[in-house]
Design a binder for this molecule. Structure first.
Ligand code: ADP
Ligand code: MG
Length: 238
């Protein structure tokens, strides 16, 4: 379809994978409900960024994503908005224990930013978003996780594993997993923790991995943690 080709050429977007869902060029075309559309407007987002246009329909189709895009391209909303739709599709949202959506980020600053952005959109469905990271009291985080039902958890990998071992939370309900800034997590030495998290979440989960760079070691990790029908979305690189 010519419009799709023009869009991908204009933004230097390369996709690979079997029958890749088409990009949607406006927020009104993703099929979001009124509440979510209201939150998007309240956040001042009028038009999706290139990665949002291409990645959101892929994520909403339930496909895994290997996304390669630079900082500032709008990746957070690209994985958070489909995560909220995924959550709203869960009949047992309020029952059971442990988050359904899990986002791993390399640093506390990034975890904070993702948490802030996710909370703004999550108001649309009343989902509870929590954040845990290293450098903050484990006891406080333990209490926070135990004291409430968490639908979405944003975490740095090391602290998350510590808290899981302390039984502050468990990951067996996680069915939407995001590895954000995978290259930085790798460079910070979090590969074992990232793999450990991948082994603890549901094997039938949906996995979205984002990275600004894509060296061989990240490609290897990406292929191991995503399913065979993952869609690769590469924006602005050659
Ligand atoms: P990345 O994770 O790719 O570095 P972010 O998701 O942090 O990018 O987004 C970068 C900035 O752009 C943030 O301040 C975010 O709120 C803003 N932003 C993201 N998507 C849109 C959009 N569609 N319209 C306007 N601002 C946006
Ligand atoms: Mg980001």
């Amino acid at each position: 379809d010519q419009e799709v080709c023009d869009f991908r050429r204009q933004w230097n977007i390369h996709v690979s994978g079997a029958s890749v869902p088409k990009p949607c060029l406006s927020f009104g075309h993703f099929g979001f409900d009124e509440d979510l559309m209201g939150r998007i407007a309240a956040c001042g987002y009028t038009e999706p960024t290139a990665i949002q246009k291409q990645a959101i329909p892929v994520a909403m189709a339930g496909r895994d994503i290997i996304g390669i895009a630079k900082t500032g391209s709008g990746k957070t909303a690209a994985f958070v908005l489909p995560m909220l739709v995924h959550l709203m599709d869960q009949p047992e949202l309020k029952r059971g224990e442990g988050p359904i959506g899990l986002v791993l980020a390399p640093t506390r600053e990034l975890a904070h930013q993702i948490h802030r952005e996710a909370k703004r959109f999550a108001q649309a469905c009343g989902a509870h978003v929590a954040v845990v990271y290293g450098g903050m009291s484990k006891t406080d985080q333990f209490k926070e996780l135990r004291g409430q039902s968490v639908d979405i958890l944003v975490a740095t990998p090391g602290r998350l594993i510590d808290l899981v071992k302390m039984k502050a939370t468990n990951l067996h309900r996680v069915s939407y997993l995001v590895l954000d800034e995978a290259d930085r997590m790798f460079d910070l030495g979090f590969e074992p923790q990232v793999r450990s998290v991948c082994d603890r979440v549901r094997p039938d989960r949906q996995t979205l991995l984002f990275s600004a760079t894509f060296p061989r070691k990240i490609e290897r990790l990406a292929l191991q943690v995503t399913s065979n029908d993952a869609v690769r979305v590469n924006i602005g690189h050659v």
